[in-house]
Write a protein that binds this ligand. Structure first.
Ligand code: PMP
Length: 355
């Protein structure tokens, strides 16, 4: 079997050992004679997997007891709606807008209640002093890593209202001081497992504030009160996330993921910066993402050739987001330093051959 080097933006590369373990356990989980896919979510075995996954996450991020860890469905997009439904009642959701996902979240919030832009910048994260809250702000929302243009916040905003972060594309890639946040959410499909699972980490005292007319499944408290089992949770996705969390701990946890992601992203940014303009990246340097390295070829007519030849070397899924074009290499936790070195070597040779 020849696996590709997978630089997909999500769903994305998974640790091979996780896939192998899932395959080995597919038809008979722990000698019980059935697959996880066939197991009741109310069974003690599944509840065991569920609780262990929560506690592994608590260990990975150092999540304090006063925070709930919840497993939802609906991806980042449903969170765009649930955040204002749960937290903007009687106030105004404030949004730091810098790119595709925070803009979408802001638009959704405007449909639901009062919402305002606390900052609006392109191709970088706003500075702390550019974030201006409205007087009636009920929270500040931001996206810690913008996946399409490849923009990261290099700092955590400090505000007097609860801080809400979309960490979909940098989840578990670096240490996070959870106490600084009111709520963190992330779709699992980049760094934590399969699509279909959304993780929400929320300060308990902020829950239960949704308007009474809020549908049950859109109220965070429903999940907090039921161990995320008010209805059938995405059992298989939670099981895979459990294996990923164990893999992460084995590898050295989020500190080690941060160390690797600094190395991986630096390899590509150095190459881009030293290519004499053959490749270029438009993001302000300090805001450059360590998860999604976005770049263009000066000569766009070479784009198809670049992607085709890359694929011949098993370097796959490096095309940019459909709304942006260009190239994007996503360097999530399961992408090895070696894979990035192979990509950098290819990029270097391609530039030499076409300069
Ligand atoms: N936020 C970020 C940062 C993302 O990268 C994405 C998807 N790539 C989303 C939100 C939307 O996630 P979903 O498709 O799971 O709704």
């Amino acid at each position: 079997m020849t696996r590709i080097y997978n630089f997909a933006a999500g769903p994305s590369a998974m640790p091979l050992s996780v896939l192998e373990q899932a395959a080995a356990e597919m038809t008979d989980w722990h000698g019980l004679g059935l697959s996880i896919l066939e197991m009741s979510h109310r069974s003690k075995d599944f509840i065991g997997i569920y609780r262990e996954t929560v506690s592994l996450l608590r260990e990975l991020y150092g999540i304090p007891d006063e925070y709930e860890v919840m497993f939802l469905q609906g991806g980042g997009h449903l969170e765009f709606a649930m955040v204002p439904m749960n937290f903007s009642v009687g106030g105004c959701g404030n949004y730091a807008v810098n790119g595709v996902w925070s803009k979408k979240a802001f638009k959704e919030a405007q449909k639901i209640g009062e919402a305002a832009e606390a900052a609006c910048v392109d191709l970088r994260a706003p500075r702390q002093d550019e974030i201006k809250l409205t007087e009636n702000a009920s929270y500040l929302y931001y996206c810690s890593n913008e996946t399409v243009n490849g923009i990261r916040y290099w700092y955590t905003p400090e505000v007097s209202v609860p801080l809400i972060a979309d960490m979909s594309s940098d989840f578990l890639s670096q240490p996070v001081d959870v106490r600084k946040f009111g709520l963190i959410f992330a779709g699992a499909q980049k760094n934590f497992g399969p699509a279909g699972l959304t993780v929400v980490i929320a300060r308990r005292d902020l829950l239960g504030r949704a308007d009474p007319s809020t549908p049950t499944m859109l109220d965070y408290e429903t999940y907090a009160k039921s161990e995320s089992m008010y209805n059938t949770p995405p059992t298989f996705a939670i099981y895979i996330a459990n294996l990923v969390a164990r893999w992460l701990l084995d590898q050295g946890g989020v500190k080690e993921m941060q160390r690797r992601s600094v190395i991986k992203s630096q390899i590509l940014y150095d190459l881009i910066d030293q290519s004499e303009g053959f490749y270029y990246n438009n993001v302000e340097k300090i805001s450059r993402s360590r998860m999604n390295v976005v770049f263009n070829l000066k000569d766009e007519s070479l784009n198809d050739e670049f992607v085709r030849q890359a694929y011949e070397k098993r370097l796959a899924n490096i095309k940019g987001h459909r709304i942006l074009g260009g190239m994007r290499a996503s360097l999530y936790n399961a992408v090895s330093i070696e894979a990035v070195e192979v990509l950098a070597d290819y990029m270097k040779k391609f530039a030499e051959a076409h300069s």
